[in-house]
Design a protein around this ligand. Structure first.
Ligand SMILES: NC(=O)c1ccc[n+]([C@@H]2O[C@H](COP(=O)([O-])OP(=O)(O)OC[C@H]3O[C@@H](n4cnc5c(N)ncnc54)[C@H](OP(=O)(O)O)[C@@H]3O)[C@@H](O)[C@H]2O)c1
Length: 245
């Protein structure tokens, strides 16, 4: 589908990658861009229409879908990362928040907007996933589980909405230079590079974006993950634990 003339809605549009998604949609000629955020006053990009939305609030999600009936491009960008291990976290609070936001929030948005997109000719859904959809890293273990669930969701929604002509794009990335990755000095891809690849993919009817070299390598190694991926992750984690003790 063409970005030019489309009507887009971006979740988490107040900062980070979501803000860049919204800005780029305006610059690529979208006719209207709804910038959804928990605090709509924080959506300040020129040309973007703020809208209040917490994606974990199913009632509000339904209201927004009923209000924004012109949407043809849904960008499920909002997400949360709590840097939480499976067995070392003090309780399930972080894991539940990540699953509620990254999986159930995205699911809720897909369900609410599927009929809207159908009514507008099919359109497209972009789901912002992660390289951690593909493998577990103890540093962000429960986040990875939520992104793996969202990857499965994305593949399923694509199958289910094929008949109505909706393109469903899975976007996987390693570290992106936003607040979420501020704690690490590892190499990061710019949010502008991710957004550009995403909208190029939407225009080219591509179902997957692997946004950086590390993500492309990990995806290519998946069929031999226990041999090619997990030994290095284990070594890194073991040395991190030793460094702490
Ligand atoms: N940065 C990375 O390294 C990286 C890598 C791969 C994938 N991703 C994914 O890319 C997406 C964007 O992340 P980012 O890097 O821009 O992170 P960020 O700078 O932390 O921004 C996260 C955005 O999500 C919003 N959000 C969180 N929970 C929400 C909720 N319940 N309802 C509505 N909005 C909510 C935040 O709103 P508030 O301002 O209200 O908190 C904020 O706008 C996320 O899905 C993330 O998992 C990020």
């Amino acid at each position: 589908m063409k970005i030019d003339g489309s009507v887009a809605l971006v979740t988490g549009a107040n900062r980070g990658l979501g803000r860049v998604f919204a800005r780029m949609l305006v610059s690529r000629g979208a006719a209207k861009v709804y910038g959804a955020a928990r605090d709509p006053a924080a959506v300040t990009e020129p040309g973007v229409t703020p809208i209040a939305l917490d994606i974990t609030d199913a009632e509000r999600v339904a209201q927004v879908a009923a209000q924004c009936t012109d949407v043809s491009l849904l960008v499920n960008n909002a997400g949360v990362l709590r840097y939480s291990t499976f067995t070392g976290a003090p309780n399930l609070e972080a894991a539940r928040q990540e699953m509620e936001t990254n999986y159930f929030g995205t699911l809720s948005m897909c369900r609410a907007f599927a009929p809207v997109l159908a009514a507008n000719g099919g359109g497209a859904i972009v789901n912002m996933l992660s390289v951690t959809s593909f493998y577990t890293n103890p540093f962000d273990a429960s986040y990875g589980a939520s992104k793996a669930a969202a990857w499965s969701l994305t593949n399923g929604v694509r199958l289910e909405l094929h008949h109505q002509g909706t393109l469903v794009v899975a976007v996987h990335a390693g570290f992106i230079d936003t607040d979420m990755a501020a704690l690490t000095n590892a190499p990061k891809v710019s949010p502008e590079s991710v957004a550009q690849q995403v909208f190029d993919a939407v225009e080219a009817d591509q179902v997957e974006v692997l946004a950086d070299e590390r993500t492309r390598t990990i995806k290519a190694e998946l069929s031999r993950d226990q041999e090619l991926i997990y030994p290095a992750v284990q070594e890194f984690w073991d040395s991190a634990i030793q460094g702490r003790s």
